[in-house]
Design a protein around this ligand. Structure first.
Ligand SMILES: CCC(=O)NCCS(=O)(=O)O
Length: 349
């Protein structure tokens, strides 16, 4: 038993799990994604330089990662503050903010946003994808990486006393690199010490989620306290999804609000629509996985903010929940997905 046992750790301190309310389990409130910038489609070079105006929004929705300006969510703290106030009004209580080292994590801003808006914010410990690992990170042993993650939860992140309440998003590409493998093992070791929640961003390959679960399990991780993110763009076959679900992690559909034809990160992938996402949730519920589902928007670019005509952090509460209720998911099951499952996951053992 530690002082964390039975509690949830927000950027403002420990809270009773019952205080969380409706929770988006995978969002970003401030981060940089400039390192992912892709060249625009041929002939569209000028479009990537367009100002953020209504007439350019359709292009941005189709090519979100080809406009450098779009990748600087960190410049939008005032807009995000306004959005969080709307989120509260819409019935939201908590946001899990998964920005880890490599994405320009800013826990001081998270703390200020939580104070200003009354939304519980839970910050993420650990490291993003291998391409963002510094040479020093790559040289570290699993033990050194574990110590850093544990310290971000017990003492504070980035030279502050602001403590993280979840490990992740811990990200890997495909195939998993040596450095990513060490970070995954360190994640499992830290989780075994602390009894804390973990959230994973798998590589964009259907084999990635199960491979990561295997690595975590072999290193002593607790899969029942682990969220597997981004299943919307990773596993498409229903049989494969059920095979993965049997492994016991939380199953996260977290790209609600994104509808794009050409998914630059993996052009083989047909990104589902929100209606298709709801259909998959209904399928998982029918198959008995209502206690494992969590959902979110994973906002990580500017164009998804309502300030720029995007869907914002309240889209699920305002638009997706009513749709779920018309597609065979009961209010009780919706409450499990938005309240009970996140609460159970986020509570330290
Ligand atoms: C930092 C945000 C992030 O990693 N988002 C992942 C989006 S996707 O891989 O699912 O397209």
């Amino acid at each position: 038993m530690s002082e964390l046992t039975g509690k949830v750790q927000t950027v403002l301190g420990l809270v009773d799990p019952d205080q969380l309310g409706r929770t988006m389990t995978h969002e970003h409130l401030t981060m940089s994604f400039e390192f992912t910038c892709f060249p625009p489609p041929q002939g569209d070079e000028a479009a990537a330089e367009n100002p953020f105006q209504m007439q350019h929004m359709h292009w941005l929705r189709q090519n979100p990662y080809s406009c450098m300006e779009n990748l600087k969510l960190k410049d939008e703290t005032s807009a995000v503050r306004e959005e969080l106030l709307v989120y509260r009004k819409a019935g939201g209580g908590t946001i899990v903010e998964n920005t880890t080292t490599g994405l320009d994590r800013d826990v001081k801003t998270l703390k200020q946003l939580a104070k200003d808006t009354g939304v519980h914010v839970i910050a993420g410990a650990g490291f993003y994808e291998g391409s963002t690992h510094t040479e020093a990170t790559k040289r570290m042993s699993v033990e050194q990486l574990t110590d850093i993650i544990v310290s971000e939860i017990l003492h504070g992140a980035d030279g502050t006393d602001i403590r993280c309440g979840v490990i992740g998003e811990i990200a890997s590409g495909w195939p998993i690199t040596e450095s990513e493998n060490k970070v995954l093992k360190a994640t499992a070791h830290a989780q075994a010490q602390l009894g804390c929640p973990v959230i994973i961003h798998p590589g964009r390959n259907r084999a990635a989620p199960a491979e990561i679960v295997r690595i975590l399990q072999e290193a002593g991780g607790d899969i029942s306290k682990t969220v597997m993110s981004h299943l919307d763009r990773t596993i498409f076959d229903e049989g494969e999804l059920l095979e993965f679900a049997k492994l016991g992690s939380y199953l996260e559909y977290d790209l609600f609000g994104t509808e794009m034809l050409n998914y630059t990160f993996n052009t083989e992938v047909d990104m589902p629509s929100d209606s298709q996402r709801v259909k998959i949730l209904a399928f998982l519920v029918k198959e008995g996985y209502e206690d494992n589902i969590v959902i979110a928007h994973d906002i990580h670019t500017k164009h998804r903010l309502t300030k720029y005509g995007g869907h914002g952090y309240s889209h699920i509460l305002k638009n997706i929940v009513p749709k779920m209720l018309t597609r065979g998911i009961s209010q009780h099951q919706v409450d499990k997905i938005l309240i009970d499952n996140p609460k159970r996951w986020l509570t330290f053992k």
